[in-house]
Design a protein around this ligand. Structure first.
Ligand SMILES: Cc1cc2nc3c(=O)[nH]c(=O)nc-3n(C[C@H](O)[C@H](O)[C@H](O)COP(=O)(O)OP(=O)(O)OC[C@H]3O[C@@H](n4cnc5c(N)ncnc54)[C@H](O)[C@@H]3O)c2cc1C
Length: 298
């Protein structure tokens, strides 16, 4: 269906299927896909973007649910934060549900989608550290009608890009059946963008702890040495937790990996110090990582 809304965009196309959406984007190279519009329309309203055509993804029902495949969940990119935050989804991927519940005020959560969060790739995107900790992949609908699958982290880091006309179709996330935690610091009370966030998942089958820190860098950071260190301390066969000192040491390890000390001074120079704001951020990350691990093990 095509309508005309001259003030916003010359053409608005509302396809009913993924194939139609990709075909529309291919036919109109200047067209921009729009899902919930929470990021895109903010950019339009701020005068930063003037798309001549929009391809709305809101009618594509295959993108609004999820299904299971080989022990993983294939999540439609059109799932809204509100839907992901509901209890049935939280039983599957608790950390993603917790991130979705923290993603802005209710009106944003009702419209904003998982795919939009990924495609916007904002450093404060709450789903992003969770997807990084899960080692999730994205299934991209290609203009040829085929699909390719790449790690979310590659897309976020720009190692691989969405090509013109392509869409984020699904996210493949493992079902780990183990505790997961997402925690976010906003620097204010109530909903707000993350100053720092931590996603932590336990993967008992691989005896691994995976942790990603959001908002402190352009893309989520994985402190892999800290992950391996703490996984080595864990009692995977029993139910013993870790002592408070180990939780605190993990927090410090994660924080120092994500916000490192400045390089050592040259001879005769004063040793460089971490600026106060960076020191504060490091303490915040340390506290989030310590609490996340403590909650996962409690
Ligand atoms: C007031 C406010 C508060 C917010 N607070 C938070 C917050 O706390 N945490 C948080 O994470 N986010 C927050 N957001 C950001 C926003 O809600 C999310 O990033 C949301 O997930 C974006 O999804 P969307 O469907 O609205 O994307 P849209 O605005 O529709 O699209 C965003 C971008 O992604 C592209 N795109 C959309 N879907 C696809 C797709 N399937 N394939 C390829 N490209 C696509 C669009 O072309 C556009 O470039 C906030 C936004 C607002 C306005």
């Amino acid at each position: 269906m095509t309508t005309h809304a001259p003030q916003a965009a010359q053409t608005v196309v509302l396809p009913d299927s993924l194939d139609e959406a990709v075909a529309a984007l291919t036919a109109m190279p200047a067209a921009v896909p729009v899902a919930g519009g929470t990021d895109l329309m903010a950019a339009v309203n701020a005068g930063l973007l003037r798309p001549s055509a929009l391809v709305g993804l809101g009618r594509i029902s295959e993108l609004r649910g999820w299904h299971y495949q080989d022990g993983a969940a294939l999540l439609g990119s059109g799932l809204t934060h509100a839907r992901i935050g509901r209890p049935d989804f939280a039983a599957l991927i608790p950390a993603l549900a917790a991130a979705a519940r923290a993603a802005g005020p209710p009106q944003v959560r009702n419209a904003g989608t998982l795919g939009g969060n990924i495609a916007s790739a904002d450093r404060t995107g709450d789903a992003l550290p969770v997807l990084a900790a899960l080692d999730a992949t994205v299934v991209i609908a290609e203009t040829t009608g085929g699909h390719r699958e790449i790690p979310v982290s590659h897309l976020l880091a720009g190692v691989e890009m969405l090509r013109p006309g392509e869409l984020v179709a699904f996210v493949r996330a493992p079902l780990l059946h183990a505790p997961q935690v997402f925690l976010k610091a906003t620097g204010r009370t109530g909903p707000g963008r993350a100053v720092a966030s931590v996603a932590l998942v336990l993967d008992p089958a691989h005896r691994s702890v995976r942790c990603a820190v959001g908002a402190v860098a352009p893309t989520p950071l994985r402190p892999m040495e800290a992950e391996q260190w703490v996984a080595g301390l864990m009692d995977w066969d029993g139910h013993r937790g870790l002592p408070p000192e180990a939780l605190a040491a993990f927090g410090e390890y994660v924080a120092a990996a994500c916000i490192p000390d400045p390089p050592p001074a040259a001879e005769g120079e004063e040793p460089p110090r971490l600026p106060a704001a960076a020191l504060h951020l490091r303490r915040t990350v340390s506290a989030l990582a310590r609490r996340a691990l403590g909650r996962a093990l409690s």
